[in-house]
Design a protein around this ligand. Structure first.
Ligand SMILES: *Cc1c(COP(=O)(O)O)cnc(C)c1O
Length: 404
């Protein structure tokens, strides 16, 4: 086989489809977010970033930066091992205690990413509980799907947020089999939110555990900011809450929170936890400072929601097809891969506005979109420029509008 040719052909097919990913070369500037420098074609341009998952700007929050710098000076660069073999730093212990208390659970466990938290936790539960059956929302993130697949447990996929369908599947499963319902709170590509209470109702009725991915909600929902389960008063009913420290917390790493027994079970049997070196102490220190700040500053969340609501309203009034999101995410439908990429290119080149196109396989073909994420740091003038630029690009490319 001509390996090189095979790889090149696969890439050519992606390009023909308009689904080839091109990364924007950015230089983030601490203190100036959402502005960043964009290196392209041998020049540097100042752009406004409108698609960051640093949803609250915590990646540049002064307490966070100071905690990280302090921890580097105090403890150095790396953790020096896996958690079991010399790699448990005191900052890991403090952060796990903080996360557990934030979610009002007994315990929490850190992972190197939210991805690895999902893969390890779901694959461990599904493979280490004989007869376990997993019920998975059809819009679940790739990391949950991979974890479930890797567990080899039988899996039933329920229609997205469809509690009646979930109940049908639960009712059809053997009564005494261990069961796990896996879902997300905020779905990040559509911006819709799961009916957590009703999912817990049916899970409890059929004796199933619940696993919720709150990656796009931690820091942003609930009075203390721990997520939608807190906002809805349902956190105590969830078996495992999973989150990331890489999005609203603004740093990197993932975690789970739950009862002492379930967290100890994953700590003791989860291979992606056991066999991987732990996060640098500075990362844990930065995430700790960030969570403490987020817990105490609900006004950040209020401003965040106001910014998203204002942008949705303005675009809708102008006929730009905002999808019906009930969260901080503002997805705008384009519906064609090449057009979506072109719209993104034009926004960047003509308007210095950066919104990455979201194409297949992240979203289904024919639903390609621009996913806009306003933050508390996007001011009115920035929003004016974004709205004007979208109107310009929608007109010049002839992208479909909707009745205002
Ligand atoms: C980003 C994401 C993850 C992975 O988290 P990382 O910390 O970035 O690895 C997991 N679940 C969902 C829904 C995500 O969007």
């Amino acid at each position: 086989m001509d390996y090189e040719n095979y790889f090149a052909e696969q890439i050519a097919a992606l390009k023909a489809e308009g689904a080839y990913r091109v990364f924007a070369d950015l230089e983030r500037k601490a203190g100036r977010f959402p502005l960043a420098a964009n290196h392209r074609d041998g020049a540097v341009h100042e752009v406004t970033v409108w698609c960051s998952n640093d949803y609250l700007g915590m990646g540049q929050q002064p307490d966070v930066l100071e905690a990280m710098e302090g921890a580097i000076r105090k403890s150095g660069a790396g953790a020096g091992g896996t958690r079991n073999i010399s790699g448990t730093n005191h900052f890991h212990v403090l952060l796990e205690a903080e996360l557990a208390s934030w979610h009002e659970k007994d315990a929490a466990l850190l992972f190197n990413s939210g991805y690895s938290a999902n893969v390890t936790t779901l694959s461990t539960l599904g493979s280490r509980m004989p007869g376990c059956i997993i019920f998975s929302d059809s819009h679940n993130h790739n990391s949950m799907i991979e974890g479930i697949r890797h567990s080899r447990a039988p899996r039933h996929v329920f229609r997205h947020n469809d509690v009646a369908h979930l109940e049908e599947l639960l009712a059809a499963a053997p009564k005494d089999a261990p069961k796990l319902v896996a879902f997300e709170s905020v779905y990040s590509m559509d911006g819709d939110i799961a009916p957590i209470g009703r999912i817990c109702d049916v899970a409890e009725k059929y004796g199933a555990m619940t696993f919720i991915d709150e990656v796009h909600a931690v820091g942003m929902y609930g009075q203390r900011g721990s997520g939608v389960a807190e906002r809805d008063g349902e956190a105590h009913r969830i078996t495992i809450i999973q989150g990331t420290m890489a999005k609203a917390i603004g740093v990197i790493g993932g975690y789970i929170a739950g009862s002492a027994a379930v967290v100890d079970f994953i700590r003791s049997f989860g291979q992606g936890f056991i066999f991987s070196s732990s996060l640098p102490p500075s990362i844990a220190a930065g995430a700790l400072a960030s969570v403490r700040h987020l817990r105490a500053h609900d006004e950040l969340r209020q401003r965040h929601q106001e910014r998203a609501a204002t942008l949705k309203k303005r675009l809708t009034q102008l006929g730009i097809p905002v999808m019906p999101s009930v969260s901080h995410i503002v997805p705008v439908m384009v519906g064609d891969a090449k057009l979506c990429k072109q719209a993104s290119d034009d926004l960047l080149r003509r308007h210095n506005i950066y919104v990455q196109p979201i194409n297949y396989p992240t979203v289904p073909r024919g639903t390609e979109r621009l996913r806009i994420t306003p933050t508390p740091l996007h001011d009115d003038a920035m929003m004016d420029r974004l709205v004007g630029a979208l109107i310009d690009v929608w007109g010049s490319l002839g992208i479909k509008k909707v009745a205002a």
